[in-house]
Design a protein around this ligand. Structure first.
Ligand code: BTN
Length: 257
């Protein structure tokens, strides 16, 4: 596996995407990593906070030309699975990694298309390793240190994750439906709140509701079944959401897309 280390970079995702846009070529599964990302990017244009020297920020570049763009969610699944397995966490749909109700890792995946195929996918992963305090508005952060009480080597944490992503990725390249199904089942089995009713908020209407997860489509859409007050004549309703269309109300009271 080809790895590039930079002492400091604005954003590992942006660095790789800029290089690709300028015509640079990299081997499949190239990893760019740093412990000092100065302008880390999160989902929906948010910033990603990582204290210099404490955490690991890295991007793994894949060339999944064997995947059609509508199958891209499987890359999100293998990335989330790899991190959750390595850290002993669970996956808050679609791809945050939680340990004990705290977010320990954020994932930002960006794709480049060539015609009808995915030419490049940049799997951007930020893991909170030794950081214990956040100055920004990260809603419910945690870290390996906060969970274990011990410092860990950020590079070693990354190596464990990239080994797992690579193994899944190579399996996917076999292109069998059975492999995709197996990955999807493993993803579902690692889901945060996979059993039971929990509070959610519909982003469009602002309406709070209780529901349970009944499935995630291979496209990534989340299916929730509302809890009905049968005595009041209510019927449960199945609602289908894309990312950011629904917020999870967390035990700390914070809402989180
Ligand atoms: C999120 O908002 O949860 C996603 C955070 C993703 C952060 C990682 S750190 C490495 C890569 N480079 C970036 O600028 N962002 C991703």
């Amino acid at each position: 596996m080809y790895k590039i280390h930079l002492d400091e970079v604005k954003s590992t995702n942006t660095w790789l995407l800029d290089a690709l846009n300028k015509g640079a070529e990299f081997p499949d599964e190239t990893v760019l990593w740093t412990t000092k990302q100065t302008a880390g990017r999160g989902q929906m244009g948010n910033a990603w906070e990582a204290e210099p020297g404490k955490n690991i920020s890295f991007s793994m570049l894949l060339q999944p030309t064997f995947l059609a763009p509508h199958d891209q969610f499987v890359l999100s699944e293998i990335t989330a699975l790899a991190v959750a397995e390595e850290l002993g966490g669970c996956i808050k749909w679609p791809n945050d990694i939680f340990v004990n109700e705290g977010k320990i890792c954020g994932i930002l995946i960006e794709h480049k298309l060539l015609g009808t195929k995915l030419s490049h996918s940049v799997l951007g992963i930020g893991i909170n390793v030794n950081q214990t305090q956040w100055i920004g508005n990260a809603p419910n952060p945690t870290s390996i240190k906060l969970q274990t009480g011990q410092d860990s080597d950020p590079e070693e944490v990354m190596n464990g994750v990239i080994r797992r992503i690579s193994a899944y990725y190579r399996e996917l390249q076999s292109q069998t439906t059975a492999t995709r199904l197996k990955v999807h089942k493993q993803f579902l089995s690692r889901l945060y709140r996979k059993d039971g009713y929990f509070p959610y908020i519909d982003t469009a209407t602002g309406q709070p509701f209780q529901a349970r997860i009944v499935g995630v489509e291979p496209t990534g859409q989340l299916h929730l079944l509302t809890q009905a007050d049968v005595a009041a004549g209510e019927e449960p309703e199945e609602r289908v959401y894309w990312f950011k269309e629904v917020k999870f109300v967390l035990p700390c009271g914070v809402t989180k897309e």
